[in-house]
Design a protein around this ligand. Structure first.
Ligand code: HSE
Length: 371
């Protein structure tokens, strides 16, 4: 029986991964060892009788790590950057499955999103690739949504506007947003019930408060509540005015699809107040003038999680929102229509759970494939 080590299982992506694996009874197919960078010797999470260690092992123990068949890590790039090169240098030839970004563009690594790039993954395995990395969440969610157009080589180029949830920055960012919600409510709750205070007065109180140091802004530097933040990623411009998140769009999409001609993807990535679903509005030039119904069928039939929502008000508000998708594997795709610009141009809106298909699910499925 294969011995699998899990690192970073306690964090937000790690917890979502553990929950999914429990739901799918994955733990019965291998022996689990839970590793920790800080809680060594404490009690391990319990998932299955006789097929797991009950005590947390050290995530720094090179001898133990080298004895494992597969290491699954959601610990982040800092851990990967320290441990992964050492393991490989020591000759460890096990599989490394990682949710962090640092190895994605490594030429010995495949970015995993099996409903979209199963063939690339299979070729990688056959060619001896041992490193599999989850993609950027926005990219993975876009490809899950529009795989039907991308894999049929119908996309000439795409321009994307994203609406990214707080969860993309991590658990601390969700707390920060929730605290900001509470802080805003607390300063205006009396005024809300006093009809002598106008809504404009209330808005002015909030705006004034939001610009003070009293509002918690550790993660995002500026308030997210009542605001949007048009910069995602490190402070530096990565390439020709693109932020890090925007730069990944074209790069990772083309690596996932293993394209021979680069499909140009350009984005404006923006943080909004949703909790764990990333939304995206795309404006696509197709290579052919296809009837809308054919486009819809290609999108819908690409994978079992896509849900094409009719371009109607009630359906869109019901099924094409972060609230409706949150916590599910459903990839909602809607507002699909041809554009005034020309008959090869379509616009579409899509929503996906950033922690599921955007992070944990491709990792879980890759592990199961390697057993
Ligand atoms: N970078 C993304 C975000 C997270 O900040 O929303 C997932 O890749």
């Amino acid at each position: 029986m294969k011995r699998i080590g899990f690192v970073g299982w306690r964090g937000m992506v790690g917890s979502v991964l553990m929950n999914r694996m429990k739901q799918e009874h994955d733990f019965s197919f291998f022996y689990s060892i839970f590793l920790s960078t800080s809680q060594i010797g404490k009690v391990a999470p319990y998932f299955i009788k006789n097929k797991q260690d009950l005590v947390l092992q050290s995530a720094w123990d090179m001898e133990l790590l080298s004895s494992l068949d597969i290491i699954v890590t959601c610990q982040g790039s800092e851990y990967t950057n320290v441990i992964y090169p050492q393991l490989r240098k020591n000759g460890w030839s096990g599989y490394w499955i990682d949710s962090a970004s640092c190895l994605r563009m490594n030429q010995n690594a495949v970015i995993i999103l099996d409903p979209v790039n199963q063939t690339v993954i299979d070729q990688g395995i056959n060619n001896g690739v041992k490193t599999f990395v989850g993609g950027n969440c926005t990219v993975s969610l876009m490809l899950m949504a529009l795989g039907g157009l991308f894999v049929n080589d119908l996309v000439e180029w795409a321009s994307v506007s994203t609406y990214q949830a707080a969860s993309g920055y991590g658990a601390r960012a969700i707390r920060e947003l929730l605290i900001q919600m509470g802080q805003v409510y607390n300063i205006i709750s009396d005024s809300l019930n006093d009809f002598s205070v106008t809504v404009l007065d209330i808005e002015a109180i909030i705006s004034k408060f939001s610009k003070t140091n009293a509002m918690l802004v550790d993660c995002f530097k500026k308030p997210l509540i009542g605001n949007i933040l048009p910069w995602i990623g490190e402070e530096d411009i990565v390439y020709e005015g693109q932020t890090q998140e925007e730069w990944k769009g074209q790069l990772e999409t083309n690596k996932i699809l293993n394209t021979t001609r680069i499909i140009p993807i350009d984005s404006v990535c923006v943080r909004v107040c949703s909790l764990r679903c990333h939304s995206q509005a795309l404006f696509i030039k197709l290579k052919k003038n296809l009837p809308l119904i054919e486009i819809e069928n290609l999108i819908q039939s690409h994978n079992e999680w896509v849900d094409v929502v009719p371009n109607q008000c009630d359906q869109s508000l019901d099924k094409l929102t972060p609230l409706s998708v949150s916590g599910t594997l459903r990839i909602a795709v809607g507002r699909l229509r041809k554009m005034n610009i020309g008959n090869k141009f379509v616009t579409v809106f899509t929503v996906g759970d950033q922690l599921l298909w955007g992070a944990a699910e491709p990792i879980r499925r890759m592990l199961m494939k390697l057993l």
